[in-house]
Design a protein around this ligand. Structure first.
Ligand code: IMP
Length: 219
């Protein structure tokens, strides 16, 4: 009788452990999303931030044919659709634009091309005779799976610095977020993530994903 009871409790433990194991496997799988991009600097920031929500991000190198559009949302939706067509797993893409007020929102959705051509020095040159240096960084995160296709946005206001500083990547060395005297570049990744446009967009995404979607099935 005693042996039988011991056997039953062992069996019960094994069943519970088995259940726990599969629960964790499914739970972790649910929270694993692909980040489709060519930009590893973005990935590092996204990975760090989403980790705090227990969302695991995997980097998959993906180059899209960027459509010409004046709307970042449209570009991000198109990019995520194209990536999902190739990868076929739940994923996010992220698109950023730097909008400079005295340049009527330029470079905005053309930020990538402008950085590659005239670069940060070119932007400072364009602002030489301008008194107003205010700007806005906007991030759009687009999420796509088999039945959802959504965007989440985040903005950070700031100003364009007088000089190119050290640190960071892209426009980081010339963008000073509101409330700071240092550029994104000088702030370093952790402090930048505390105020960045990307963090705001990721936060909107992560709250939605954690609050609702992670409990629905997507295998
Ligand atoms: P995209 O989202 O990769 O198309 O970004 C447009 C341009 O903005 C690229 O040249 C990026 O290098 C730059 N960029 C995007 N995000 C950031 C950022 O967080 N800091 C500085 N530059 C950025």
């Amino acid at each position: 009788m005693e042996n039988e009871l011991e056997f039953r409790s062992d069996l019960y433990c094994i069943c519970m452990l088995n259940f726990l194991f599969w629960y964790l496997v499914f739970f972790l799988k649910l929270r694993r999303i692909i980040f489709a991009s060519t930009n590893e600097s973005k990935f590092n920031e996204i990975f760090l931030y989403l980790k705090t929500f227990n969302i695991d991000i995997e980097f998959v190198r993906f180059e899209s044919i960027e459509i010409q559009s004046s709307r970042l949302e449209e570009i991000a939706l198109q990019k995520s659709k194209e990536a999902y067509g190739k990868i076929g797993e739940p994923l996010i893409v992220e698109d950023t634009g730097l909008f400079i007020d005295s340049l009527k929102g330029f470079p905005g959705p053309y930020s990538s091309f402008v950085l590659e051509t005239i670069g940060n020095q070119g932007i400072l040159d364009l602002l030489l005779k301008k008194t107003k240096r205010s700007a806005l960084f906007r991030s759009i995160v687009a999420y796509k799976d088999s039945n959802r296709h959504m965007t989440f946005s985040g903005d950070t206001k700031g100003t364009i610095s007088e000089h190119i500083t050290e640190g960071g990547w892209g426009y980081d060395p010339i963008f000073i977020p509101e409330g700071s005297t240092a550029t994104y570049g000088q702030l370093g990744i952790t402090n930048k993530m505390g105020v960045s446009h990307r963090t705001h967009a990721l936060n909107n995404f992560a709250e939605w994903y954690s609050g609702n979607y992670s409990r629905e099935q997507e295998f």
